[in-house]
Design a protein around this ligand. Structure first.
Ligand code: 2HA
Ligand code: ZN
Length: 262
């Protein structure tokens, strides 16, 4: 539990420092099944919630997620005061939310919980070692989603691959593009879940980015890599020229290298 909280707090701090987490923006969740939790003495149940869609692969599992309305910068200082714990029902039809007993007002999980649970459901189903899901509002990445020609998985992936070699090596499966859908909705959860196993990173059009990894910091790294590519692209355009970019051949060599190192 301690190492999960430390990873969560460190990452929340990074998101804030980066300027990717205005007000209560963004959310983080971690599958902490198997981690010892002294629920009876440490946590209070906030109530049972029936989920709008069932999550069949995560029955009986435990998660921690940023609480709704809480700020990333506050999560960084005190994760237990700003996160909710979730125990999914045995069949995945709903969950019981918990919050730490030292918290004055009951906490409920993030508004993006449908997307987080939908992603965890796929990860568990596919026996993935990934346990952390990070969603944030990175301005450079969001800015690029307003450019019509980049509004596809193919175009967005190519954009990040061509700007720096690291993106092709560490994001060899590219960026899945989800067109704008209502934040927190079941629609965005379904569209995101449909893409997670094929791509390294998901972009939500006109909204933000979502990454999955073994730890929160590793998920942050994926977004940070794509953010660097977006920043470079915008810097070139701001300077009045079109970036030349790596060639298709250079990109495909680097992606192969990345896939071999997985
Ligand atoms: O938690 O980022 O997408 C606030 C959000 C919703
Ligand atoms: Zn968001």
């Amino acid at each position: 539990m301690k190492s999960i909280l430390k990873d969560l707090a460190t990452t929340a701090g990074l998101l804030w420092q980066k300027g990717w987490a205005e007000a209560n923006a963004g959310n983080i969740s971690v599958n902490m099944t198997g981690v010892e939790l002294d629920l009876e003495s440490e946590f209070i149940a906030s109530g049972h919630v029936v989920s709008p869609v069932a999550f069949r692969s995560i029955g009986n599992r435990w998660f921690i997620a940023k609480a709704s309305g809480k700020r990333m910068r506050d999560v960084a200082h005190d994760p237990l005061q700003n996160c909710a714990v979730i125990h999914v029902d045995s069949k995945g039809d709903g969950y019981i939310g918990y919050y730490h007993k030292s918290v004055k007002e009951p906490l409920i999980p993030t508004s993006e919980l449908p997307s987080h649970l939908a992603v965890h459901d796929i990860l568990v189903k596919q026996k993935s070692p990934s346990r952390a899901v990070v969603h944030t509002h990175c301005p450079e990445l969001i800015a690029l989603t307003h450019l019509r020609e980049l509004q596809s998985t193919e175009a967005f992936s190519k954009l990040v691959w061509k700007m720096i070699p690291e993106c092709a090596v560490f994001l060899p499966h590219g960026v899945g593009y989800v067109p704008y859908l209502v934040p927190g909705s079941v629609d965005i959860a379904k569209a995101t879940a449909a893409m997670v196993s094929q791509h390294d990173l998901i972009i939500w059009g006109k909204h933000g980015a979502l990454a999955i990894a073994g730890t929160c910091e590793e998920a942050f790294d994926k977004i940070d890599l794509a953010a660097k590519a977006a920043f470079l692209f915008l810097t070139c355009r701001n300077a009045g020229f079109e970036p030349e970019g790596l060639t298709n051949q250079q990109i495909s060599f680097l992606r192969t290298l990345g896939k071999e190192n997985e």
